[in-house]
Design a protein around this ligand. Sequence first.
Ligand SMILES: [Zn+2]
Length: 315
Amino acid sequence: MSMNAIQFQRGLSLPQFQALYGTEQQCERALVAARWPHGWRCTHCGCKRFFLTRNGPGRQLWECFVCGYQSSSIVGTVMEHTHVPLRLWFLAMYLLTQHKNAISALALKRQLGVSYKTAWLLKHKLMQTMSQRDARYLLHGRVEIDDAYLGGERAGHINGGRKPVNKTAFVAAVQTRTDGRPLYMRLTPVADFTNEAMRQWAGHHLASDCHVVSDGTPAFAQVRQVGATHERHVTGGGRQGVQTAQLHWVNTLLGNLKTSMAGTYHSFDHAKYAARYLAEFCYRFNRRFDLPAMLPGLLRALVSTKPLPLKVLQV
Ligand SMILES: [Zn+2]
């Protein structure tokens, strides 16, 4: 039996995780190292000299030697104002990154021993951070794209490319390597597959060196607007579309997405939160070559992302 090198790679085992991040102090040290890899610096005046104090049993406080500004390691990050112990944040990061499939807020609630509201907030803050992290990168080279929907069976290209009722439309894009294997994936909700929506999508996600491969959906020709070349395969949709060799990876990964979503979530409000759930799936896929690096990577993303208040999370 041949072994898939990615599936059989060593991840971060639970005993390893506990040895590294089992206590509040270990998590705080890891957080500080991720936030200030070159040493603490005052966010107000830039000074590097400080007093260290501790707020009773609470977190360590840095007080600037020059301006007196006082802050903890979580101020100005996604974790600002959290009442959840850091070790539970780390455990949530572990559970969200080390498994092939996602973990629902309900399962997270049980694993962490917190309320559903706390688990929901943790999960959405982590998913939003993942979404903002991946949005910084453009896709390059050969990219397969397809139109897809959340909230039911894949609808193919019925209604002339128009979105079916009660479904959330999204663009699925997969960058492939020169050897034909998939490298990165981007799944982005769009209002509809109109020329204007696709022009905007291409502007946000494609570099000008892209060679885009798609089916016959007319709006996909808009990728030329950013300088990309476009290879079109008119398939007529349905099973024939799924079998098109040139669109093999985008169709395969859409199939994996569907299986993963069905196995993890009973239901979720895809009209509101599709972008986050899709980004979470992509985040894991895009970093699948190095599982142990995923948790420190997500930690760096958390400390360099601005706070996400409730009004931002509950769009
Ligand atoms: Zn200062």
